[in-house]
Design a protein around this ligand. Structure first.
Ligand code: IMP
Length: 436
């Protein structure tokens, strides 16, 4: 059994869930290690559509055990809602779910704190967050004093004792920013969250030991990264990033699994680029309502799963991909949504940037520099035919194969998969006939 990682190489929404779905049956454990309900995954399973944001999408596989690791921040009602959604769709997951007792808990005051920090940010300084309390919860985790972990939900008295000073402080801080800010009551929260803890009692455990022991027995594990590597707190387009390590770097800290054991890292890449929220995006297509950007947005249904916001779209950017493929040490690239590009006469790929009179090929760490970067494009011929029925490499037009080959060259990693539609069958394995 293998230890596998599926990680996004762009700004999220690379359709990682589809590759997880394909790979999940070969693994016993499917593990989330970062982020929270800011991730949005629409998964079609046996003809039914599920919208998951906190549970690992691989939990849909009936033989898998889903693990929510210590690096995830959890809004418990959301977990219960997703479990109910699965149950209504005929998937019983409660008995197959393990939640780290060291994962941090999101409370309603985190939502309020996030709203206030985004609305009070100066012009152009808002990060454009998803409003799910993610950043404030990680801030509290790092503070060590003002945080609550899943393992704290089992004793109502102790929880109230912990929440008392936290809630008092949160109310004060939120009111200082906005006198109209919502106030919270520690006793009400302690009761509510104790009840969530009771409902999830059978799931909350020491997942670091669980995974460590399972690894010893050689049981397969699939690590499912949320967001994309360019949103990684340390290695992304800081400060326009999320608050966790959304690259494979987060596995070790966010699950306790010794990541050097990983056998294979799949780097998931959309055939173009998309981004939600603020921050620079050098290849963004801003060509108006009749332009290529709008066309890709419509055909690719580029609207956020969590917030519904239209995603910004642009040409593929090899500068960013080189950076994230190296960061994750991706073994294989999976190029998703290739079918969305059908019908375009020409395709562009950014091969370098020009900034302050210089040509650069490395992704800049300074967001102010990134904002000044102009892409240097290479143009490739497009293809006109519908490729959604292609099942083998030979079914793809030569222009599509050249596009994939050029990505391979520019990024310096093999392209193992091309995806030409949401269905599992619409997956073309380019290097091996039978898949992974
Ligand atoms: P936060 O994670 O809600 O704090 O948002 C920080 C930034 O990450 C914003 O630009 C969000 O739009 C972006 N973001 C967070 N989660 C996702 C995701 O799953 N897909 C794409 N962008 C995301």
């Amino acid at each position: 059994m293998a230890f596998t990682c599926v990680v996004g190489l762009q700004w999220g929404d690379e359709a990682k869930g589809k590759i997880v779905d394909v790979l999940a049956p070969k693994h016993r454990y499917i593990v989330r290690f970062n982020g929270g309900a800011n991730a949005g995954h629409t998964v079609v399973f046996e003809g039914k559509t599920f919208k998951l944001s906190i549970l690992p999408t691989g939990i849909l596989c009936p033989t898998a055990i889903g693990v929510v690791g210590n690096g995830v921040v959890i809004y418990p009602p959301r977990i219960l809602e997703e479990l109910a959604q699965l149950s209504q769709g005929g998937v019983e997951a409660l008995d197959r779910l393990k939640i780290s007792n060291a994962a941090h808990v999101i409370f309603p005051y985190h939502f309020e704190q996030e709203r206030l920090s985004e609305t009070s940010a100066g012009n152009g300084e808002a990060i454009g967050t998803t409003g799910r309390g993610i950043g404030p919860c990680y801030e509290d985790k790092a503070s060590r004093r003002w945080a609550v972990r899943m393992g704290d939900l089992g004793d109502e008295r102790a929880l109230l004792a912990r929440l008392g000073p936290i809630v008092e402080r949160k109310n004060k801080l939120n009111r200082a920013l906005d006198p109209q800010a919502k106030e919270f009551d520690a006793a009400v929260l302690a009761r509510e969250y104790f009840e969530y803890g009771q409902k999830l009692k059978g799931c909350i455990t020491d997942t670091q030991t669980l995974l460590g022991e399972a690894a010893k027995k050689g049981e397969g594990m699939l690590f499912e990264a949320a967001q994309g590597s360019l949103l990684d707190l340390d290695h992304g387009s800081y400060p326009y990033v999320t608050s966790s390590n959304s690259s494979a770097a987060g596995i070790w800290s966010g699950s306790g699994f010794a990541a050097r054991k990983l056998d294979k890292i799949y780097g998931i890449v959309k055939a173009y680029t998309s981004r939600v929220g603020g921050g620079a995006m050098p290849t963004e297509l801003l060509d108006g309502p009749e332009g290529i950007g709008e066309r890709i947005r419509k055909i690719g249904r580029e609207f956020g799963t969590v917030t519904g916001r239209p995603r910004r779209v642009g040409w593929l950017d090899a500068v960013t991909l080189r950076h994230t493929a190296r960061l994750n040490d991706a073994d294989t690239l999976c190029v998703m949504l290739l079918d969305v590009l059908s019908g375009l006469k020409e395709l562009k790929i950014a091969v370098a940037y020009e900034v302050d009179g210089q040509r650069i090929t490395d992704f800049p760490t300074d967001s102010a520099v990134l904002a000044r970067c102009k892409p240097v494009f290479e143009t490739l011929p497009g293809w006109s035919q519908d490729i959604s029925t292609a099942r083998q490499p030979a079914d793809l037009p030569k222009e599509a194969l050249s596009y994939l080959a050029r990505i391979e060259e520019l990024v310096g990693r093999p392209v193992g998969v091309a995806s030409v539609g949401p269905d599992r069958q619409q997956t073309i394995w380019l290097k091996s006939k039978d898949g992974p």
